[in-house]
Design a protein around this ligand. Structure first.
Ligand code: ZN
Length: 159
C-alpha cells in the first residue's frame, strides 16, 4: 500500500502534467492578474471572472510557468475556487496559508500553530493538503502560496 507521501506526490504530478482550467479569458469582462516568485522564477497568470451580481467566481483560467509545486498549486487553486462565492474563495486562501504557516512554524520550532489551526476549522482543502507533504523547505512555501497570493490580489482588485 502506497504511503501518504507517494499519494501526495501523485496528486501534485497529476496537476502539474494535466493542469486544470488552463487558458485565457477575454479581458474585460475578466480580470487579469499576475504573480511572480523571484526566489524560484515561478510565474502565475490568472484570469478571474467574478459575477458582481452574485459575488461568485464564475470562471477562472490559469497560465504561467514554473516549478512543479507552483504550477500544481495553481491548478489545484483554480479547481478549488471555481464556482465558489468570493467569501468562500477568501476563506480558502486563509485556510491554505494557515496550512503552510503551521508547517513553517513547526520547522522553526515555534509551537504547534494552534491559533492557525482555527483558520482551518470547517474548511475542506481536499487535494490541496497534498502540498503540505512536499513543502519541506521554507523556500518551497513561496512556490505553493504564489497562486493564492495572486488570487487574493485579483479578488482585491475586482472587489
Ligand atoms: Zn517554485
Amino acid at each position: 500500500m502506497p504511503g501518504l507521501e507517494d499519494l501526495y506526490r501523485e496528486i501534485i504530478l497529476d496537476h502539474y502534467r494535466s493542469p486544470r482550467n488552463r487558458g485565457e479569458l477575454p479581458v474585460p469582462p475578466a480580470h487579469k492578474v499576475e504573480g511572480f516568485n523571484p526566489l524560484c522564477g515561478d510565474e502565475v497568470v490568472l484570469y478571474l471572472d467574478v459575477d458582481p451580481d452574485t459575488d461568485t467566481v464564475r470562471d477562472v483560467k490559469i497560465a504561467g510557468q514554473g516549478c512543479s509545486i507552483s504550477q500544481a498549486s495553481t491548478s489545484m487553486m483554480s479547481a478549488a475556487v471555481k464556482g465558489k462565492s468570493v467569501a468562500e474563495a477568501r476563506q480558502l486562501i486563509r485556510a491554505f496559508k494557515a496550512l503552510m504557516s503551521i508547517h513553517e512554524h513547526k520547522l522553526e520550532g515555534e509551537g504547534d500553530g494552534a491559533d492557525l489551526q482555527a483558520e482551518l476549522e470547517g474548511v475542506r482543502l481536499g487535494d490541496l493538503e497534498a502540498l503540505q507533504g512536499v513543502v519541506k523547505f521554507p523556500v518551497r512555501i513561496k512556490c505553493a502560496t504564489l497562486a493564492w497570493n495572486t488570487l487574493q490580489q485579483g479578488l482585491d482588485e475586482t472587489g
